[in-house]
Design a protein around this ligand. Structure first.
Ligand SMILES: CC(C)(C)c1nc(N2CCN(c3ncccn3)CC2)c2cc(C(N)=O)c(N)nc2n1
Length: 331
């Protein structure tokens, strides 16, 4: 491009490049479906970087160039979760799960199904969007006070910088490090004589706590988003519906969740994923059962710390998992 390029022409070309790059990135990082060779991506990306360098005024917040990090923060601001990030009650046996189900059905007259979800073993995060643009990301902290890690979360490619609709929402999810990235990182750290991380959750937490966002950007973090705050404001009536809607907005949603009507289906779900656990490309430490209709949440509400309409079933610690981790996922 000769330098006769006007800012307007640069803006137009940059918009075309962003659209293409964001589409490729969505397919790769959100849908796990690589659709383009790296070289094609890099070529377009380099052209966009050049255009934005030449005409800085054309830069927009959802440009893929805004994901590389680059600032070294001197700390994280604390922030107040207007809607507290609750904890989860947890049970360790199917019998306790049945007791939870019985207790809940005693209070709730209407029949209802559960939404069963894998319990991703990462770090709980909250993401706030204003008119479809990512404006703030934070850690759970103690549930009321968290840390603003927006700059670091912008580098997580699975977190959309701009949604497909201009909605103003807050969502909750888990930020995690895939097992393969964890094995690679630890192999690298070992080679550099640095201490290795004990598990992917610690590695994810350490990566999000980095004050140098460039380091966070190369840690291959990902997310699964699992809750939409105040769904009633958008006329969404069930957890399964909220997950579907969040997927349409561009969030990465775990594909293994399932609506189960009867308790026996829950048993099957638990058995299935206890067996699949080792083969999953990310760590899970159980499953999360949520009453699917949000009306049930309205009826039973939450205690100070935990919802009465949801429970976590924790898998027994699976020691051979650790041995397998060394074999299966070393690069
Ligand atoms: C929205 C509710 C409260 C029902 C909820 N809360 C969750 N958690 C709360 C406790 N959390 C927590 N973290 C640290 C210390 C205490 N509690 C960690 C997230 C969920 C975690 C997962 C997951 N991991 O995959 C999930 N699929 N659904 C969740 N749903």
């Amino acid at each position: 491009m000769g330098n006769l390029l006007t800012e307007q022409a640069a803006q137009k070309r940059a918009q075309e490049l962003r659209k293409q790059l964001n589409e490729w990135s969505y397919q790769y990082y959100v849908m796990d479906r690589p659709t383009v060779e790296d070289i094609a991506y890099d070529k377009s990306y380099r052209e966009l970087v050049k255009l934005e360098k030449k005409f800085p005024k054309i830069i927009v917040s959802d440009s893929p160039t805004q994901r590389v990090g680059g600032r070294v923060l001197d700390g994280f601001d604390k922030l107040n979760h207007e809607l507290p990030m609750l904890s989860l009650g947890d049970v360790f046996s199917k019998q306790e799960l049945l007791d939870f189900d019985k207790r809940l059905r005693k209070v709730v007259a209407e029949d209802f199904a559960y939404n069963c979800e894998l319990k991703i073993d990462g770090l709980a995060i909250s993401l706030v969007y204003k008119n479809g643009l990512f404006v703030q990301g934070s850690t759970r902290g103690n549930g009321v006070i968290g840390e603003d890690i927006t700059e670091n979360l912008k580098t997580v490619k699975a977190i959309p910088l701009k949604l497909t609709e201009p909605v103003s929402i807050e969502v909750r999810g888990e930020c995690y490090m895939p097992k393969r990235a964890f094995a690679k990182l630890n192999a690298q750290r070992e080679a550099e004589g640095k201490p290795v991380f004990a598990n992917p959750r610690n590695a994810a937490a350490g990566s999000l706590r980095q004050l140098d966002t460039k380091i966070t950007a190369r840690r291959h973090l990902s997310t699964f988003i699992y809750y939409l705050m105040e769904p009633e404001k958008l006329g969404i009536e069930k957890q399964s519906e909220a997950l579907q809607k969040m997927s349409e907005w561009g969030f990465r949603i775990n594909p293994e969740s399932r609506v189960t009507a009867a308790a026996t289906e829950i048993d099957a779900y638990i058995d299935e994923y206890q067996a699949k656990r080792i083969a999953l490309p990310y760590d899970i430490d159980g499953i999360v059962l949520k009453a699917d209709p949000f009306s049930v949440q309205q009826i039973v509400g939450n205690t100070v710390k935990v919802p009465r309409w949801a429970i976590a079933y924790k898998f027994p610690p699976d020691e051979q998992e650790t041995i397998v981790r060394q074999i299966e996922w070393t690069v």
